[in-house]
Design a protein around this ligand. Structure first.
Ligand SMILES: [Zn+2]
Length: 232
């Protein structure tokens, strides 16, 4: 099984053309609303370890959210939504369709050549949400209707827990894998037999800051993924 990685919220960069929209917004750009801290670090590490292609975006999701459908009301943020229709279309072409199109072409090429592909979209989530603590270290998001994705994520959960029984690994948490998102879109475009789309969600408490803690977590993810791919 071939591995392809993507990272939709890898950075909080604002292209110069749009700097005016975000003047004085450094705080929100630096927060979890602006990007997924730690996600690109892990995605790059996995790409190196598995010699796998990585498609990443580093433009802030507050300009355009590449993990939302074009019809989704969260596609543009309160900062970018006031742009003209022409300007929004330009943003979509440069910073949205370019990323999603390149990834889709790569996945289509592999699946049409007969390969089974595991697409891992790497994200991170904020540890607190609406006054609640999210009791989860790693979330595996998939479509429960897709037997192959369900079986793979159950096995991955088992492999992670075998390495570290105290790790809190949850399936379809903190979001549902079949909700609006890039993997959901790709499931409609690519054959179910050969395309497996999984969102890997890491708690920012464990992954956002450099240090021994996140290195240990990454090592467990890497080693369990190696076993998983060898078994698949
Ligand atoms: Zn994300």
């Amino acid at each position: 099984m071939k591995l392809v990685l993507s990272c939709e919220h890898g950075g909080n960069r604002v292209p110069r053309r749009y700097a005016g929209l975000f003047a004085g917004c450094e705080k929100v750009l630096a927060s979890h609303r602006g990007w997924d801290p730690g996600a690109l670090w892990l995605a790059k590490r996995l790409a190196r370890a598995f010699d796998a292609p990585l498609h990443a975006t580093t433009v802030t999701r507050l300009l355009v959210d590449t993990n939302r459908s074009e019809h989704h009301r969260g596609l543009f943020s309160p900062w970018s939504a006031p742009m003209s229709r022409e300007e929004r279309d330009l943003v979509l072409d440069r910073h949205y369709r370019a990323h999603r199109g390149a990834l889709e072409r790569r996945l289509r090429g592999l699946t049409e050549a007969g390969a089974s592909v595991l697409h891992l979209a790497v994200h991170s989530f904020t540890p607190h949400w609406q006054g609640r603590v999210r009791r989860c270290d790693i979330g595996l998001l998939y479509d429960p209707q897709r037997e192959a994705e369900r079986a793979l994520c159950q096995q991955w959960q088992r492999l992670l827990l075998a390495r570290s029984p105290r790790l809190r690994v949850r399936r379809n948490f903190p979001y549902r894998g079949a909700a609006d998102g890039l993997t959901t879109h790709l499931r409609r475009q690519l054959p179910a037999r050969t395309y497996l789309g999984v969102e890997l969600e890491l708690n920012q408490r464990s992954i956002a800051r450099a240090g021994a803690r996140r290195r240990a977590l990454a090592q467990r993810i890497e080693s369990s993924l190696r076993t998983l791919l060898a078994e698949a």
